[in-house]
Design a protein around this ligand. Structure first.
Ligand SMILES: [Zn+2]
Length: 439
């Protein structure tokens, strides 16, 4: 069936307004949805259907199976589709404007060029950056732009043709230094003013630093004026207390020195800058340094589990519950040769008593012998714990195998005799069970 035209229906006037709008910019999600829709359809193909006539409601609101079976509108579409196009629902005559407070509308964030000139705008630019380097670079670009504009004005006034530059050269070190001075001048102007006489009065907040003004920059005075060293080093640039830029500069030196501590950062910083209440400010910056905090945070500790019953049961005889491990080897002389010997350490899990046996080697036989000697001396343990050492595991296997190999009927006879003799059977039962568990 050849298709001449398609019509799309929606019961949302809001969506129709969005689709027909050409000026307003929307938030990302809505903007993407609208552009997807308009890639595949024209805004004129979209028509309005009243919510009560919209069969899409059936799907979105849900219905039971029997309702679905008897529902004509879902299966065949709304009745008006069968009628001629004139009788289709008409869209409201005036959709109206998109309201200004619509949360999907992007607020107009264009910055006016002449706004940037204002004092506050420079502070805004400075506050925007969280890195001393990017701030310096940005200001350097702005200053370059400013000087180009000035140059252009000068040329046009004197009737010279304007220079046209095809390539943009990267920012130079000189420009970065210029930007640095410009930033420092700006913040000093804000915080101290630039009247040397005022600065040197006793009422000044930096009176104690004996401030001097060199090329419009407020610097520490001091007595090193005649020293043959760099001007930055003998007359450091004063940075206002707790200022954003001061923090950026401290951060910069802290990062440059590989996240060094307070004193080192401060000494590097003071080769050029003198932040008022420097130590406190540096400490604040260092405390806020995420990388340092992560590295210096205490090691996470495992919450230990509850002790097992055998560690906390005091009423049983010593060495009822035993932990076992091997240590060594030790070089031991035998005749003219040296041989290796190991220690087998048995420890009572309740009172931490220790019993040590010598083991000739790490093999199973030696361990079983050591175990036998231990039992002969200290009594039968109820339960033994060890790590997963080869000799222990194998020892346990061999014990199990040995028990299986025992003549079970002989045992039965033996126990029957013991019971009839009136002995306490408890101990024997007990031993059997524990042997059965394996050492
Ligand atoms: Zn750090």
């Amino acid at each position: 069936m050849p298709i001449d035209s398609s019509t799309y229906w929606t019961d949302s006037t809001c969506v129709l307004r969005y689709l027909e709008n050409k000026e307003t910019r929307f938030q990302t999600f809505v903007a993407n949805q609208i552009s997807t829709i308009l890639d595949q359809s024209e805004a004129s193909q979209w028509r309005f259907v009243d919510g009560s006539l919209n069969p899409a409601d059936e799907a979105s609101r849900g219905m039971t199976g029997s309702e679905l079976l008897s529902n004509r509108r879902w299966k065949q579409g709304p009745d008006f589709l069968m009628k001629s196009e004139n009788e289709w629902p008409q869209r409201p005559i005036d959709l109206g404007q998109i309201p200004n407070n619509d949360p999907e509308v992007k607020s107009n964030s264009t910055v006016c060029a002449n706004n940037v000139i204002g004092q506050d705008s420079i502070s805004k630019v400075i506050d925007h950056y969280s890195s001393w380097n990017s701030l310096r670079k940005t200001i350097a670009w702005l200053l370059r732009y400013k000087s180009k504009l000035r140059e252009a004005v000068r040329r046009s006034k004197s009737g010279m043709p304007l220079l046209s530059e095809k390539t943009v050269t990267p920012i130079t070190v000189l420009e970065i230094n210029g930007a640095e001075s410009a930033i420092v001048k700006h913040i000093q102007q804000q915080c101290f003013g630039n009247d040397q006489v005022e600065l040197r009065k006793k009422t000044s907040s930096i009176y104690k630093l004996d401030p001097i003004l060199v090329e419009e920059i407020v610097r520490v005075g001091g007595r090193l004026h005649n020293a043959p060293i760099d001007i930055d080093t003998k007359h450091q640039i004063i940075l206002p207390k707790n200022h954003h830029v001061a923090k950026l500069i401290i951060q910069y030196y802290h990062h440059q020195s590989g996240h060094s501590g307070l004193e080192h950062t401060l000494s590097l910083l003071r080769q050029k800058f003198w932040p008022v209440q420097g130590r406190t400010t540096v400490r604040t910056v260092l405390n806020e340094c995420f990388s340092c905090r992560r590295r210096q945070s205490p090691v996470a500790k495992q919450k230990m589990a509850q002790f097992p019953e055998d560690r906390v049961t005091p009423l049983k005889p010593t060495f009822s519950f035993v932990g076992v491990d091997c240590f060594g080897p030790f070089e031991v002389r035998r005749g003219r040769s040296t041989v290796k010997r190991y220690g087998v350490l048995f420890t009572c899990l309740t009172i931490r008593a220790v019993h040590i046996e010598v083991s000739n080697s790490l093999d199973t036989e030696s361990f079983l012998n050591a175990l036998r000697r231990f039992i002969a001396r200290r009594g039968q343990p109820e339960e033994m714990r060890s790590d997963n050492g080869g000799n222990f595991v194998k020892g346990e296997k061999e014990l199990k195998k040995a028990i299986n190999d025992w003549n079970q009927s002989q045992f039965t006879n033996f126990f029957c005799k013991e019971i009839s003799n009136g002995h306490s059977t408890h101990l024997w039962d007990h031993t059997m069970v524990e042997c059965g568990n394996g050492a």
